[in-house]
Every structure is written in structure tokens, then in C-alpha cells.
Design a protein around this ligand. Sequence first.
Ligand code: GDR
Length: 336
Amino acid sequence: MPQKALITGITGQTGSFLAQHLLQLGHEVHGTSRSLTNEPWRLVHLGIRERVTLHELNAIVPGRIAEIAAQGYDYIFHLAAESSVANSLKHPTDTVTANVVQTTAWLEAVKNQSPDCRFFNAVTSEVLAATGDPLDEDSRRSATNPYAVTKLASMNMALVFRDSFDLYIVNGLLFNHESELRDTRFVTAKIIYNLCLLAKEPSAPPFELGNVLAERDFSHAEDFARGIAASLQAETPRDYIFASGALRTVKEFFDTAATLLGFQPEWSGDGTDMVCQDSLTGRVLVTINPAFYRPVDEPGKAGNAKRACTHLNWEPNIAFEALLRRMITFQMSRLE
Ligand code: GDR
């Protein structure tokens, strides 16, 4: 029997891949969007715009959230959020509203309107403390920026609702997930966009990055979409890590992408004086601007997704280089 799913934040990167996956599974897919007049370009790109029903949610109004939640969903995947750490540092109050108030309103709406609906809450590796070892669901919690604080609060709120009201709620602790549909506010898409521009346009100037020695555990968002969908199918609701388990620096991401585009990246200098040139031509590709540094950028954290692998039969399919190739192919075609 087809089931009815709602994705908050369906027009974002992960929401779009999740919509595509749920449609492939035969579900009826709905989603919330801040505006129905803006073209949801990711859904259009995936060829599924006409197959999903969008509901406008342009402000965090509990009554409107309750009205949407009352529409008989089997699953709600709550992905809508302020998801940029950098933006959260600039707009902490708005981040609390988007991430804590909004999540709480959805939890309350599910409890009151639709207690049999299974609920997924998107959380982040940012709520875990770095230890040097791969982190799992039991790893110590920590939060070093407003985004992380709000996600930790939303996770704790979800746990309170799960335990107090016997609801089926899952927190997904998502490590970095990237793709061709990623916004250029995030470092991977910024790198791919600018490197493609440099490859296409010989006169394009170098671009700027922040801390390129920061380490992240990168995956493809499409892989996480499958895991997110599967996480609501287990008999008992539990929290799950989604991650590749491999740690790479931003510099390594940059170097791999640059090499795939035919450059020979060569770095010189230290700290904010670091510069990367194409050693084939001497052309400067990137310089460092301290404005892009974070006040606190924790040591790298890799995730251990063993629970998801064992209990959900989940495993990532898209390797690091394949992720980069997809991002490059997409961006090059857009620049044509
Ligand atoms: P992150 O992603 O904060 O890990 O959160 P982001 O791509 O913004 O930063 C990754 C790392 O790159 C370093 N960096 C830069 N970052 C940006 N945005 N721009 C730059 O120019 C730049 N130069 C270096 C950053 O310092 C950082 O270390 C992402 C989001 O998707 C969250 O929503 C999600 O929860 C986490 O991943 C897991």
C-alpha cells in the first residue's frame, strides 16, 4: 500500500534526494517550502517537481505546522533548518527559531495531530565531541557554535518527546553530505564552482578559502537519503549515525577536484599565507582569507555508521572521487 510522506525542507539538497528516493519506493510525497513562487530547481533537475505536492510554510507558526501535520502522514522527515555554521554565527537568534522552535512545533504537532506518524529529525555530527576516534551514537555530546547548540537542543527535545509520549522518533546524526545539488555557502560546492570557473575561463581570478586544513567526513547526500528513509522502518526507534568513516582535509578535497579538472595544484606558504598555484602554468588558483575562518573549528571527526549498517542494512554506494566527479560534471554543464 502506498504510504504518505512529508519532507520539511524538500527543496534543499537532501530533501530533494529523499523525495526522489521515496517516490522510487512508491510513496506519495509532500513537502513544505518557504515559497511556492520560487522554482524548486533541485526538484526540477531531478525531474520530480510535478510528482510532489508542496505546502507553503513561510513562517514558523505552530498553528500552520499543526494544520499540515494533521493531513494523515505515515512519515514526517524533518530536514528544514538553518544548516550553515557560518550563518548561525551571524544570526544566532534566527538559528534558534529555525532549529529549536521549529523542531519543537513539529514534535508537538505530531503528538497532538498524528501520534502514529513516524518522525525523523535531522541532527548533525556537530553535536559530537572530537576524540580522535570514529564517533558513534553513544559518543560524548558537545557544541561549539550556535548551529551545534540548536541541533543538540532539537535532538534532546526529540528524545524527550520519544520517551515521554511514546512516539516513533529517530534522530539522524548526519556527517557532511555533499552533492551536485549543494549550495555554494558550503565549502565543497564553493570549491567545485570556482575551480570549474577557473577551468572554463582562463582570465578568471583566484578565489578565497578559509581554513583548508580543517578535516571533515564527506559523503554523497544521495547515500544519506536512503539511510534516512530506512531509519523509519526499524521495529524500534533509535538514533543513527550516517557517515563514510573517512576523514579528509578541505585541502585534500580541493586538490582532488583540481586534479580531476586538469590542474596540478601546488601549495606554498603557511597559515593565512598559504597559496595554491597550478604548477603547469604558474596561475594562482586560491588564496586564504581569514574572514572565512571559524572562531572555533574543532579537530576532525569521522563517523562510525556501524549501527545503520547492521540494523538498517545501509551502506554508502558513492565513493569520494565519484562524489567529486558528479559535482564537477554538473557544474561544468551549468557553466556551458
Ligand atoms: P560544515 O560545512 O560547517 O562542516 O557543516 P562547511 O562546508 O560550511 O565547512 C566545512 C569546513 O570547511 C572549512 N572552510 C570553509 N567553509 C566554508 N563554508 N567556506 C569557506 O570558504 C571555507 N574554507 C574553509 C570550514 O571552516 C569547515 O571546517 C556542514 C553543514 O552541512 C551542516 O548543516 C552539517 O550539519 C555538517 O556539515 C555536518
